[in-house]
Design a protein around this ligand. Structure first.
Ligand code: FE
Ligand code: FE
Ligand code: ZN
Length: 290
């Protein structure tokens, strides 16, 4: 199983520290923001210990495809109302995809955005226009994330993402990140993951799926809330999430945990152990509460 989680990137070791953190949890993949997710302040890549991080990845048999970058969520390409928001999205998309390339990573996850006060179709057009202002670095693939449909989010149906993929000028630079919490919240029945994959294949194409976010959901199917839960502590449940992690059709795709900290402690070592063993251990999570 290719399993990873969201890790930090902070002084003094930066990316090297991120890889170390992931290895400490038993991960063989990882995902990180190259700065705070809610702002656009970014440290120069020269200071990020890239060479050391790449060496550590190599020593542990991890291809750089398994280091996934998440774009900051303040980028909102679907906002066509505020020119400054659109301008920031364009600038930052170019900047962050270049940084992804500098790091040597391949996949950059991006939320397709929220249409705010316009409508779904206008939002989708705005996102396509924004994505088409950038010329993408050779090895980088922007993975549009499947969203929960909270508020005015776009991209909560596979059809909406397919429309974006059909509208971009450089389609070879785009793929999809599927988030289990989000698609369940959006109404998909993840208890039959093969049926979800069939539908994904029919509407988008399974070859476009490059990242899976493996999260439980605090809410029932169709709630459109986007509140992640620890594995087995939500409405999806451990057995369903374990079956998704084990599904052979997506065996080559990294599954990244974005589950909440418990009592300010990361739950990832425990959750990854449960996924690898297939045995749900609620006591291991409870122990973190002490
Ligand atoms: Fe995300
Ligand atoms: Fe996600
Ligand atoms: Zn989410």
């Amino acid at each position: 199983m290719i399993l990873g989680c969201h890790v930090q990137m902070k002084a003094p070791l930066f990316l090297e520290g991120s890889v170390k953190e992931a290895l400490g949890y038993g991960c063989n993949a990882l995902m990180l923001y190259t700065g705070a997710p809610q702002n656009t302040k970014r440290r120069p890549t020269e200071e990020m210990h890239i060479k050391e991080a790449q060496a550590l990845m190599r020593e542990n048999g991890m291809d750089m495809e398994r280091m996934i970058i998440h774009a900051p969520y303040i980028i909102n390409p679907a906002n066509s109302i505020k020119p400054e928001v659109q301008e920031l999205a364009r600038e930052f998309l170019a900047f962050e995809t270049q940084r992804t390339s500098d790091i040597g990573a391949k996949y950059m996850v991006l939320h397709p955005g929220s249409f705010t006060t316009t409508d779904l179709e206008t939002g989708i057009r705005s996102t396509i226009d924004c994505l088409n202002t950038v010329h993408y670095p050779d090895n980088v693939i922007v993975c549009l994330e499947t969203m929960a449909g909270k508020g005015s989010e776009i991209g909560f149906r596979f059809e909406q993402l397919a429309e974006i993929l059909e509208g971009v000028n450089e389609p070879e630079h785009f793929g999809i990140c599927l988030d289990t919490c989000h698609i369940s919240d959006a109404g998909y029945d993840v208890t039959d993951f093969d049926a979800v994959l069939d539908e994904f294949d029919h509407v988008i194409g399974l070859d476009r799926l490059h990242v899976i976010h493996l999260n439980d959901s605090k809410n029932v199917r169709g709630a459109r809330k986007d509140r992640h839960a620890n594995l087995g502590r939500g409405e999806i449940g451990f057995d369903v999430l374990h079956a998704i992690a084990e599904n052979k059709r997506t065996a080559h795709v990294a599954k990244i945990l974005e589950t909440p900290y418990i009592n300010k402690k990361p739950p990832y070592a425990e959750e990854i152990k449960m996924l690898r063993s297939g045995i749900y251990d609620p006591k291991a999570l409870e122990a973190l509460e002490e």
